[in-house]
Design a protein around this ligand. Structure first.
Ligand SMILES: N[C@@H](CC=O)C(=O)O
Length: 363
């Protein structure tokens, strides 16, 4: 492998930013050369900026500790130090849209964890195992932005990762109605129990905006690139309805889902399809790709957050309790790691795909 790509993390001090820093330690293709955050943190070393709020299990990587945090709003300055950036900035949606486009216009590819651009028609929203071909829309985005190298790619919301991968494996059986209830960890809100004591022993039956994302984003993932429209056109089916609930768990989003199929798959066919489901990341052996994308657990009491959330270093998805339902056809439980597969890990795998496809290169 030739020289590593220089990467910046903007929004590096928050929970998702910290996860990027931690996961990128010793990455074979990417080297964190720049950290950027709000003006409040700018000018401090990274270690000073996250003092008392570093939430990862491993210590701050040595190479990053002493990097001086730049102001994420000084786009040209940050862009001059990197080949591409991961965005985990925390601003209003409009501000995020604007700043991510500013970065792209400096010919700096942006791989974003934010929802701001998830419905921009020429911005691909990627789960590398499911829709790696959606990157073809980048040429239209570059046309619009007037860039040669710069573009934005995003990853979907973490909640969908606990049921959408299974449904993707089953698209051939034509699912047409899905109910999913998600039980979401507090780290999805960027929090720990220390800063959200109200969540100890509690359940909160509301996560702002989450149900809409959980119902609509899978359809965009299952859509296609329409060359005439220069856009991703979302799929129209299955219709998905959700309830999203915050539960007192630190990491791991669980879903209880019900599915109706137009075809009549057997349990063996459904399980086999999960186990065989893989994609470009597995074929190319991308550094963050799980060997097994989806595992099926046969025990009645699995998957469990405590035991299974770190399957494939948090990049695999665990499915269990697949059984016939008397109202719907089938029901199951899914579990995924919300900050690994669901956030920074998924974005890093997406950047690896973009590099492998030649969209992210040395400047
Ligand atoms: N919005 C989610 C985070 C996923 O991206 C949550 O609140 O858990």
């Amino acid at each position: 492998m030739s020289e590593k790509l220089r990467v910046g993390v903007i929004g590096a001090t928050g929970m998702v930013g910290q996860r990027y820093i931690s996961l990128l330690e010793d990455h074979p293709w990417f080297d964190v050369t720049c950290v950027a955050a709000s003006p409040r943190s700018a000018g401090k070393t990274y270690a000073e900026a996250v003092k008392g709020r570093w939430r990862m299990d491993k210590p701050i990587p040595e190479k990053v500790r002493d990097l001086v945090v730049l102001n994420a709003n000084e786009v040209e300055k940050v862009a001059s130090e990197v080949d591409f950036v991961f965005s985990a900035v925390s601003m209003s949606k409009d501000e995020i849209k604007e700043i991510e486009e500013e970065y792209a216009k400096t010919e700096t590819p942006v791989v974003s964890n934010n929802s701001a651009h998830r419905w921009t028609p020429d911005v691909p929203m990627i789960v590398p195992e499911i829709n790696p071909d959606h990157t073809a829309v980048i040429k239209y985005q570059r046309e619009r932005l007037g860039t040669k190298k710069g573009f934005i790619a995003v990853k979907p919301n973490c909640s969908i990762q606990s049921y959408a991968p299974a449904l993707s494996a089953w698209l051939k059986f034509e699912p047409y109605e899905v109910i999913a209830t998600t039980y979401q960890a507090i780290s999805g809100a960027g929090k720990t129990f220390a800063d959200w004591p109200e969540m100890e022993g509690n359940i909160i039956p509301f996560i702002s905006g989450e149900e809409e994302k959980s119902e609509k984003e899978p359809l965009r993932i299952w859509g296609h690139v329409d060359d005439a429209k220069k856009a991703i056109v979302p799929a129209e089916s299955p219709v998905i309805t959700t309830q999203c609930v915050r539960v007192p768990i630190l990491y791991g989003h669980t879903a209880a889902a019900f599915v109706k199929f137009r075809q009549n798959p057997s349990k063996e066919e459904l399980v086999q399809s999960l186990l065989e489901y893989k994609g470009v990341p597995q074929e190319l052996g991308l550094p963050s790709a799980p060997k097994q994308f989806i595992q099926y657990m046969t025990e009645d009491d699995r998957p469990q957050v405590k035991l299974d959330v770190n399957f494939e270093k948090g990049m695999g998805v665990s499915i269990g309790r697949l059984r016939k339902d008397k109202v719907y056809d089938w029901k199951f439980i899914g579990l995924s790691h919300n900050t690994a597969r669901g956030a920074a890990g998924g974005a890093i795998e997406c950047a690896e795909l973009l590099k492998a496809q030649g969209y992210i290169t040395k400047k």
